[in-house]
Design a protein around this ligand. Structure first.
Ligand SMILES: Cc1ncc(COP(=O)(O)O)c(C=O)c1O
Length: 339
């Protein structure tokens, strides 16, 4: 339960679509993923010239860093955020400025205060991975007013499907600021992590620039038909959201009983917070020994956090069993009643 994937598997409609198109893989697809872009356009109510697709959000993050910044530019974000952003910033040798979080949430005020003449891009993940926390509409709108128009804001909404029931959650697509790019992925709620589809939505001029560097024929033809089918599979999406809620509620109930701290989440995972890095490493290793794979998020900058995503009923109960055993063993070993 380490990669925030969909425990229900892929959308069945997507699997059917792939099977149906298997015999056509000798053909090139449309270089700009025309059909997929149109399907997304219909789904989200934006013009097709405001949309570009890629092989997952990761691919688009790379394009954004390379297209909209150059050597010496500062790219601003929060600490304790998505590792994929940090990786891409480092890959291109840009200066990464990471602002300290406040109670495991983005401190948007502090991020705005840290804008300098060198700032080119601000990256925000909402909900944030690995904390699962969000910033609300009011906080986001106040922040938007403080950011000069020449600075690009990248709003990564990989987990928006899970957050949308919260009326305080700002849906990035409702904002038409010229310097804003929204990122969405089919890897999480739509269950297509392995086939790699993501898309970016923004002002036509920004999207045009991304098309200049996008690889042609990306995403591949099977990924495109799978994504088109998955976008139309509301039944699967509803089941996904329902199971996620059930699994996370069950985990929270047990964590409360076991005195394991966790953060409030608006995504498909929980971040457990432990007292020390040493304890966290032991906890993660002991779970691993018992067959439970979780994510110690030290690489994201939170050394005392372990992330667990929602699972099927069976996976959730398995995780609870292992975590209960490990908590007991470590409480004895560390001779402390950590809360
Ligand atoms: C915030 C965030 N953005 C993007 C991604 C990557 O998504 P993709 O599979 O589309 O590259 C993830 C995956 O974990 C994520 O947590």
């Amino acid at each position: 339960l380490a990669s925030n994937e969909n425990p229900l598997g892929p959308s069945p409609k997507a699997v059917e679509a792939i099977k149906k198109h298997l015999a056509e893989i000798h053909r090139y697809t449309n270089p700009a993923a025309f059909d997929l872009v149109n399907a997304i356009s219909k789904k989200i109510g934006k013009d097709s010239n405001q949309i570009v697709t890629g092989s997952g959000t990761d691919s688009l993050l790379q394009y954004i860093v390379s297209a909209f910044s150059e050597e010496g530019d500062e790219l601003l974000t929060s600490e304790g955020s998505f590792i994929g952003w940090y990786v891409n910033v480092n890959k291109y040798g840009r200066i990464s400025k990471q602002i300290v979080q406040k109670d495991y949430r983005y401190d948007l005020e502090a991020i705005a205060e840290n804008i300098t003449d060198k700032t080119k891009i601000i990256y925000l993940a909402n909900p944030n991975n690995p904390t699962g926390t969000i910033f609300n509409k009011k906080e986001f709108e106040t922040f938007l007013l403080k950011v000069p128009e020449h600075i690009l804001i990248v709003l990564d909404e990989a987990y928006s499907v899970y957050a949308q029931t919260n009326t305080e959650y700002p849906n990035g697509l409702d904002y038409s600021n010229k310097n804003l790019i929204i990122l969405r992925t089919l890897s999480k709620a739509y269950g297509l992590a392995g086939i790699r589809v993501g898309f970016a939505v923004g002002n036509e001029e920004l999207i045009k620039i991304l098309y200049k560097i996008k690889l042609p024929f990306e995403p591949n033809s099977l990924a495109q038909v799978a994504a088109i089918a998955a976008l139309d599979d509301d039944n699967f999406l509803n089941k996904t959201v329902e199971l996620n809620k059930k699994s996370l509620n069950r985990l929270k109930e047990i964590f409360d009983e076991l005195n394991i701290n966790y953060l409030p989440t608006s995504a498909n995972f929980l971040l457990m917070i432990f007292p020390t890095e040493k304890y966290t490493t032991s906890f993660n290793n002991e779970c691993l020994k018992r067959g439970l794979i979780l994510r110690h998020v030290n690489t994201f900058g939170i050394t005392n956090g372990i992330r667990i995503n929602s699972g099927t009923n069976e996976e959730t109960e398995f995780a609870i069993n292992v975590i209960t055993q490990v908590k007991k063993i470590l409480t004895k070993e560390y001779n402390l009643q950590y809360t």
